[in-house]
Design a protein around this ligand. Structure first.
Ligand code: TLP
Length: 349
C-alpha cells in the first residue's frame, strides 16, 4: 500500500478486496454443510456476531439486499404496511423487493439527515380500520447512505423504539455500515443495536470481506429468518469459506474504519475549498462524501467521466451530485491525487 494504483476507486467500500490474512483463513477454514448447521466456521461467526451486537442469535446471508429482504419478510406478513425513511436503501436500491417479493406496502417518511422524527412516525400511523393495511414494522438505516453516511445516535433510536413499542410495531435497522456509526460515535455498537428488535450489518463493505451480511436478533426471529433465507434460495452449504474472513473482520477490521473517516473528512474539506464545488460538511460523518457540481456548469455524469480519464472512479447520486467513498486501500496520497484531479477539471471549465 502507499503507491498510487492505476485507478483510485472511490465508487464504494464494496470494492474492497479481502486481506492476505482473510485469504489464508479461507484456505484453512473448517467446513461442513451449513443447511444442516454443520459448518463450524459459520457457527463461530454467527455466535460472534450475536455477541458483538448483544442479541441472541445471528444468520449469515449472501448480501445486504438479501438480509433486508429476509428481515422484512420475517418481521411482517404479506400486505402489511412498513414505515421507512424516504431516502432509505430498501426504498431506493433493492429493486422494489419490499413489494415485488415481500408483498409489503412501503410508506416513506422524509427526514432531514436520515433519522426519522418520532412525530412524523406518529403522524403516519393509522388507526385500525377495514380500509387500511396493518402497519407492523418501522425500518431505520444507520449509517444513512443517501443522506451522506450520516449517523443515527442511540438516543434517536431509543425515541423511535418508544413509538414502536407503544404501537406494537417491530423496529428493524439496516445497519449495513453500523460499525462506521459506532466508530464515529466512539461508542460500543451494542448501544446502537439495543433499542431495535433486529438488524443486519454487511461484512462486504468497510470490513473488507469478499461476500456476506449478517442478520442479528432474538432466537425465534433468527429461526424464522433461517427458513425465509431457505425460501429465497439462500441456504448455503460449505459457507465457512465466506464466514472465515468474517471472523477476521469482526476481530480486526472495525477499529481501522476511523482511518476511512479521517480520509473522507480530508477529502470533503479539500473539495469544499475547490471553487464551484459544494459540500455539506456537516453531513460528512463517516466514510461517504457527496458533492454538488452544478455551479461548475457540468453534470455529475460528465465530471465522473472526466475523473475516470484522470484515474479516479466515483459514482453519481443524481444529476448534480457525485459520491465518493473511502475504504481499505485508500490513503492520504490517493485523497491528494483525487483533489488535484477535481481541481484540475474545475480550473479548465
Ligand atoms: N449499497 C451500495 C449500493 O447498493 C448503493 C453502495 O455502494 O453503497 N443497505 C445499505 C445502507 C447499503 O448501502 C447497501 C449497499 C445495502 C443495504 C445492500 O447491500 P448489498 O450490496 O450487499 O446487497
Amino acid at each position: 500500500m502507499g503507491e498510487v494504483p492505476e485507478f483510485i476507486d472511490l465508487r464504494s467500500d464494496t470494492v474492497t478486496l479481502p486481506t492476505d490474512e482473510m485469504l489464508e483463513a479461507i484456505k484453512h477454514a473448517e467446513l461442513g454443510d451449513d443447511v444442516f448447521r454443520e459448518d463450524p466456521t459459520v457457527n463461530t461467526l454467527e455466535e460472534m456476531a450475536a455477541k458483538t451486537l448483544g442479541k441472541d442469535a445471528a444468520l449469515l446471508v449472501t448480501s445486504g439486499t438479501q438480509a433486508n429482504l429476509i428481515s422484512l419478510m420475517s418481521n411482517t406478513k404479506r400486505g402489511d404496511m412498513v414505515l421507512l425513511e424516504a431516502e432509505s436503501h430498501i426504498y431506493w436500491y433493492e429493486v422494489g423487493a419490499i413489494s415485488a417479493v415481500a408483498g409489503l406496502m412501503p410508506w416513506p417518511i422524509k427526514s432531514a439527515l436520515g433519522a426519522l422524527d418520532p412525530e412524523r412516525i406518529q403522524a403516519a400511523l393509522r388507526p385500525k380500520n377495514i380500509h387500511f393495511p396493518d402497519t407492523t414494522l418501522i425500518c431505520i438505516e444507520n449509517t444513512h447512505n443517501r443522506h451522506g453516511g450520516t449517523v443515527i445516535t442511540p438516543r434517536q433510536i431509543e425515541a423511535i423504539s418508544e413509538i414502536a413499542k407503544t404501537n406494537d410495531l417491530k423496529l428493524y435497522m439496516d445497519g449495513a455500515r453500523i460499525f462506521n456509526a459506532a466508530v464515529a460515535l466512539k461508542t460500543d455498537v451494542k448501544k446502537l443495536s439495543k433499542h431495535v428488535d433486529n438488524l443486519m450489518f454487511c461484512l462486504s463493505k468497510g470490513l473488507s470481506c469478499p461476500v456476506g451480511s449478517i442478520v442479528v436478533g432474538e432466537a425465534e426471529f433468527i429461526e424464522k429468518a433461517r427458513k425465509t433465507r431457505k425460501i429465497l434460495g439462500g441456504g448455503m452449504r460449505q459457507a465457512g469459506i465466506i464466514a472465515a474472513p468474517g471472523i477476521i473482520a469482526l476481530e480486526k477490521m472495525i477499529s481501522r474504519l476511523e482511518e476511512d473517516h479521517k480520509n473522507a473528512r480530508a477529502l470533503a474539506e479539500g473539495l469544499a475549498e475547490t471553487t464551484g464545488v459544494e459540500v455539506e460538511l456537516r453531513n460528512v460523518q463517516t466514510n461517504i462524501v457527496y458533492f454538488d457540481v452544478h455551479t461548475l456548469g457540468i453534470t455529475s455524469e460528465e465530471i465522473v467521466s472526466k475523473l475516470k480519464e484522470n484515474g479516479v472512479l466515483a459514482l453519481t447520486l443524481d444529476k448534480n451530485i457525485v459520491r465518493m467513498v473511502t475504504h481499505l486501500g485508500i490513503e492520504k496520497v490517493h485523497i491528494d491525487r483525487t483533489l488535484n484531479a477535481v481541481e484540475d477539471i474545475a480550473r479548465k471549465l
